[in-house]
Write a protein that binds this ligand. Structure first.
Ligand SMILES: Nc1ncnc2c1ncn2[C@@H]1O[C@H](COP(=O)(O)OP(=O)(O)OP(=O)(O)O)[C@@H](O)[C@H]1O
Ligand SMILES: [Mg+2]
Length: 236
């Protein structure tokens, strides 16, 4: 049984269908990347998984349990945490208070102090800045807070929507190294990215989404070498 198993989902905004007959699996312990251009449906797919934009048909199972009809709070309670595109921090709150917000779910709010300690160990920069107001952080630091807030929910599956977006190359490297560490510590990661080269190089597998359909899937190392990917996404 896969940790996450999606079979043949369709997702529409009103009359406009944006995901078509999509199937995807994530095994426990993997880092899986979803790559694709603007408007391909990547964020919509994550919203479908987290219950924010329910699929109109098909199934989504987590730990073998169907979740496609569950509201977002139940999906969170089952262990899926979605770090959305664009960070969405509470800009006037401190780093620490932003992190603590992430612990508001039934599973996570028992061991908050312990979880916070682990998040600070993974992201020491956040501890140094725990009292700083979120809006005064750099873009990279804000992304770290968004990821740290997700980890405060003690996810079994952490879903990251474009963690590298808008960051300088050196910070992108930091973010992806952090993602790798999170996975090495046992949290499964499903990540949407437009930085195809960096995201595939730290992933186990990948899916390529075009116009709401999976057009290619495979081991990350094979995708990096694929001629279509090289031409369409790597500019080679
Ligand atoms: N709330 C919405 N209402 C109507 N259409 C939407 C809505 N959100 C997204 N769409 C449309 O759905 C399609 C897929 O959007 P989505 O945000 O999933 O793409 P994406 O792959 O995440 O793109 P990007 O890389 O630009 O973030 C696009 O055509 C978009 O215009
Ligand atoms: Mg998106």
């Amino acid at each position: 049984m896969s940790l996450l198993e999606i079979n043949n989902i369709d997702v529409s905004y009103g009359d406009v269908q944006v995901i078509f007959d999509l199937s995807l699996k994530v095994e426990k312990g993997e880092v899986v990347s979803i790559i694709g251009g603007n408007g391909a449906g990547k964020s919509t797919l994550l919203r479908a998984i987290s219950g924010l934009m329910p699929a109109s048909s098909g199934t989504i199972a987590f730990h073998g349990v169907p979740i496609q009809a569950e509201p977002p709070e139940n999906v969170v309670a089952s262990g899926i945490i979605h770090v959305p595109e664009g960070r969405r921090l509470f800009s006037l709150m401190s780093v620490k208070d932003n992190l603590l917000v992430g612990a508001y779910n039934k599973r996570a709010n028992k061991d908050v102090a312990e979880t916070l300690k682990n998040v600070y160990k993974l992201l020491p920069r956040l501890q140094e800045r725990e009292n700083q107001i979120a809006m005064t952080l750099s873009g990279g630091e804000q992304q770290m807070v968004a990821i740290g807030r997700g980890l405060m929910g003690q996810p079994h599956l952490l879903m990251l929507d474009e963690p590298s977006l808008g960051l300088a190359p050196i910070l992108i490297k930091d973010i992806f190294e952090t993602v790798r560490k999170i996975a090495d510590q046992g949290t499964t990661v499903l990540m949407v990215e437009q930085d195809v080269k960096h995201s595939l190089s730290l992933s186990d597998r990948g899916y390529v989404l075009e116009h709401g359909r999976v057009v290619m899937e495979g081991k990350a190392e094979d995708l990096i070498d694929d001629p279509h990917i090289k031409e369409a996404y790597l500019g080679i």
